[in-house]
Design a protein around this ligand. Structure first.
Ligand code: 5AD
Ligand code: SF4
Length: 466
């Protein structure tokens, strides 16, 4: 029996990293590693990094500074602490990381997690191991499947990667360089994963990928599938009550996906559809390959298929060359769509991307001011969207005990947290909740009779003017 060792993984950034962290835990479990919440007493600390914006990457270096102290402390106590950097900073910076932070023992890019045991062994022998190649073998099939106990411990909602990488080359984005070209997993493998999760209590699956609706994994007949067809297949897996997918590109929304929303009740009516900007000039400079009008038409197609669909989005303010008129077009688009929520970011030049070479930069003061105006508009829409749930009866998938004793928390179709007083038996069930009030972003309510009719859709929020 291998010695038990403690593993601490800290993930930054997107859902893909959360999922990858679980895969790393599964890969290292046969080596005797068990997870710990404390970096200080870990034998191996993995920072699973994000490179999407400058701030995210800088956080890694400050965390490595803190870990250097913890490693020294462990060495004084006669313990050998190993430090690994994984994720997109590892991929983008490779060996540069150990020059800036010599405390790092292992650097491993997202395509090489299945090699972690060998890399740790190499670091033990040679003092250091770095792997940021894009290996030819399929990382997914090389990664071990999670054990039933691990699945149960992770709860009733789970991510499943269906594709990775992106060939869209938006001019601001590092993803095509750090995660590589778009690769889709075969349908049969995804179905196996989902089946295993469902057999162990998972009720909700979020299919993830950097460009998830570009999914074209091979089906059982060796033909490329589509995300819409995959959703149909997965809805048939017994036990699966809810299906979601993230993140989509507006240009890859096809009829099969729209029809999946119309025809499959398990497909949740909440779509994350980043638009980044409402200005056609900026959209072109970003190489987004669609106009604001195209985006609006896509939103309308979804709404026609299922009127209760709500949207969230990502926005970048201060992209090089963004004028006040361009920014006004973004505010106008937000006002027209009416989002249930959205993320907005200040543009951050990423080395190696075309936008990083663009000269007409926007000042930080202007970016701050625009970000504040955009966030105010979005926050108002989100608050109105949440408030509209008060007095309605909505379906909630219960996930876990809340911090308040006696309360159980779950999520609505729109991912709003919903709290009720109830016994823990309801965890894993989808039940109607009569929503009574709103506390910040959380809905508070009481369990309604299981047969209580659900309220009609929360209507999309419309605001006028910006
Ligand atoms: N600067 C600012 N935001 C960015 N994003 C991606 N790259 C950058 C960048 N260079 C944002 C986009 C994307 C989200 C995941 O992060 O809005 O949709
Ligand atoms: Fe990056 Fe998304 Fe554009 Fe791909 S589609 S390059 S992941 S922003």
């Amino acid at each position: 029996m291998t010695n038990q060792r403690k593993l601490h993984i800290k993930s930054y950034g997107c859902q893909m990293n959360v999922y990858d962290a679980q895969r790393m835990v599964d890969t290292l479990a046969p080596e005797g590693f068990v997870e710990t919440a404390n970096a200080e007493d870990a034998d191996l600390v993995i920072l699973n990094t994000c490179h999407i914006r400058e701030k995210a990457a800088e956080k890694v270096y400050s965390e490595l500074g803190r870990l250097r102290l913890a490693k020294d402390e462990a060495a004084r106590a006669g313990r050998d602490m190993r430090i690994a950097v994984a994720g997109c900073v590892a991929q983008a910076e490779g060996g540069e990381i150990v020059r800036r932070a010599p405390v790092v023992d292992v650097v491993v890019g997202p395509q090489s997690y299945h090699h972690l045991p060998q890399l740790l062994e190499k670091a033990r022998r040679e003092g250091r191991a770095i792997e940021t190649e894009f290996p030819v073998e399929d990382k997914f099939s090389a990664l071990p499947a999670p054990k039933p106990a691990a699945i149960r411990a992770r709860g009733v909602s789970s991510f499943v990667t269906v594709q990775e990488g992106c060939d869209k080359f938006c001019t601001f984005c590092v993803v095509p360089y750090t995660r590589g070209m778009e690769v889709s997993r075969p349908v049969a493998r995804i179905v196996d994963d989902v089946q295993r999760l469902a057999d162990n209590g998972v009720r909700e699956i979020t299919l993830i990928g950097q460009n998830v609706n570009a999914f074209h994994g091979e089906d059982e007949n060796g033909k490329p599938s589509s995300l819409g067809r995959l959703l149909h297949r997965l809805a048939a897996v017994p036990g699966i009550a809810r299906l979601r997918y993230s993140t989509s590109h507006p240009c890859d929304v096809d009829d099969a996906l729209i029809e999946a929303h119309r025809d499959i009740p398990a497909v949740m009516p909440f779509v994350h559809l980043p638009v980044q900007s409402g200005s056609d000039r900026i959209l072109a400079a970003m190489n987004r390959r669609h106009s604001a009008a195209d985006y609006l038409r896509t939103v309308e197609r979804f709404r026609k298929a299922r009127e209760e669909i709500a949207f969230s989005s990502d926005f970048i303010v201060g992209f090089p060359g963004e004028t006040e008129d361009d920014f006004s077009a973004t505010l106008a688009l937000v006002a027209q769509i009416g989002y249930a929520g959205a993320y907005s970011f200040k543009y951050s030049p990423r080395p190696g991307t075309p936008a990083a070479e663009m000269r007409e930069t926007v000042t930080t003061a202007t970016m701050d001011e625009r970000l504040a105006r955009l966030q105010e508009l979005i926050d108002g829409q989100q608050a109105a969207f949440n408030a509209a749930a008060i007095g309605t009866t909505v379906a909630v998938l219960f996930e876990r005990a809340a911090r308040n004793p006696g309360q159980i928390v779950g999520r609505t179709a729109y991912l709003q947290p919903a709290h009720v007083m109830a016994s823990a038996d309801i965890i894993g069930q989808v039940l109607p909740v009569a929503v009574e009030s709103l506390e910040r972003y959380s809905l508070l309510g009481t369990l309604a009779a299981p047969s209580a009719p659900l309220s009609r859709a929360v209507p999309p929020v419309m605001t006028t003017g910006a």
